[in-house]
Design a protein around this ligand. Structure first.
Ligand SMILES: [Fe+2]
Ligand SMILES: [Zn+2]
Length: 356
């Protein structure tokens, strides 16, 4: 028997709202909740009409789109586990060495930032003197990866995209991109990146957002191209703290912009602040800080997104529905909630044998 896909033995949970809330209707640029058809048209009929959904055929199209998305979410866990296994069997990575995090892939300034943050005598002021504070409130940027790493990462993603392997998509807002746990980046790359680098930094910058205890993540690559997704509508993330790293490649425009925190009223476009985002550079922000990406004008752009979660916080209040989460156990990756019985700390990783 051959060693196969490493699977996390701990149970995964999602809040029930995952199956009904925050469904993005791309054509109309709105997020909606869907419990049933009559609730849906009562709540959103007017706004959809204003945005051009003015015929029975268009309304039927919307119904179909929502039903397909709900179905995708219901099947996501099982399909994700299957995809991960198939990818592990079939995909021969172009650069196997980038699946393990090594200091040589990291910008020396980032290594220094994290090692400073791990010191017992580290202070917020000390850390802030080493990062760029963007104009958006509590939005920070700093170099993360070397350009050589970014280039290899993009080449690997493109190679994977061109392979016959099955691909899951990051979320309803990004139709193009790659889920990194399915590709095998979680255990030896993203987990150490979170634990040894991002958490110490977040502990100082976001203590009020679980920065000390970011115990899981969801990571994906988003891709913007003129012929595909060119921008990303204004939204918040299913995360306590988000890292967004620009990987390249050749593009113009496409900056990130930030507005107000979620639940703090609507913002006018004059209140939005933009951040320059150059290859290798990461932007760290609160997941509930609303943001979007300007359309790219030419070329293509890849970003690595890491949504970091703190089970302790989200078990109290789900960041997507603002309620005490109604947890259900799911197959495959969950949304960072812990076992309601509190066994989360015992999570461990085991080798599962591959059936050959
Ligand atoms: Fe986001
Ligand atoms: Zn919820």
């Amino acid at each position: 028997m051959e060693a196969g896909v490493r699977q996390n033995e701990s149970k995964s949970y999602r809040c029930l709202c995952y199956f009904t809330n925050n469904i993005y209707l791309r054509q109309y640029g709105v997020h909606v909740s869907y419990a049933n058809e009559s609730q849906f048209w009562n709540d959103y009929g007017q706004v959809l009409l204003q945005r051009g959904c003015d015929t029975q055929a268009k309304r039927l199209e919307v119904n179909k789109e929502i039903q397909a998305e709900v179905k995708r979410r219901r099947n996501f866990g099982r399909e994700s586990v299957q995809r991960r296994e198939t990818i592990h069997k079939l995909y021969k990575p172009l650069y196997p060495d980038i699946f393990t995090l090594q200091d040589k892939w990291l910008d020396p300034a980032f290594v220094e930032l994290a090692s400073y943050s791990r010191r017992e005598d580290a202070t917020v002021e000390g850390l802030l003197s080493k990062v760029t504070t963007e104009t958006g409130e509590r939005v920070y940027s700093f170099p993360v990866f070397t350009l050589e790493f970014c280039q290899r990462f993009i080449e690997l993603i493109e190679d994977f995209e061109n392979s016959p392997c099955p691909k899951g998509r990051p979320n309803t807002m990004n139709q193009y991109g790659v889920l990194l746990d399915e590709l095998g980046f979680d255990e030896d790359f993203l987990k150490p990146l979170r634990e040894h680098y991002l958490q110490p930094i977040s502990r100082l910058l976001f203590p009020d957002w679980g920065g000390e205890n970011l115990d899981s993540h969801k990571a994906f690559i988003v891709q913007y191209k003129l012929s595909e997704d060119t921008d990303l509508s204004y939204h918040y993330d299913n995360a306590e703290v988000t890292l967004n790293v620009c990987l390249g490649a050749d593009f113009s425009s496409g900056n990130l912009y930030f507005g107000k925190m979620r639940n703090s009223g609507t913002d006018s476009s004059s209140q939005l602040t933009e951040c320059e985002h150059s290859p290798g550079c990461g932007i760290l922000h609160r997941g509930q800080h609303r943001h979007g990406a300007q359309p790219i004008r030419s070329g293509e752009r890849y970003n690595l997104i890491v949504w970091m979660r703190c089970a302790q916080l989200r078990n109290e209040r789900c960041p997507m529905c603002d309620m005490t989460p109604d947890l259900v156990e799911v197959e495959g990756p969950g949304d960072g909630f812990s076992d309601p019985q509190g066994n989360y700390e015992e999570q461990r990783t085991v080798q599962v044998c591959q059936l050959t």
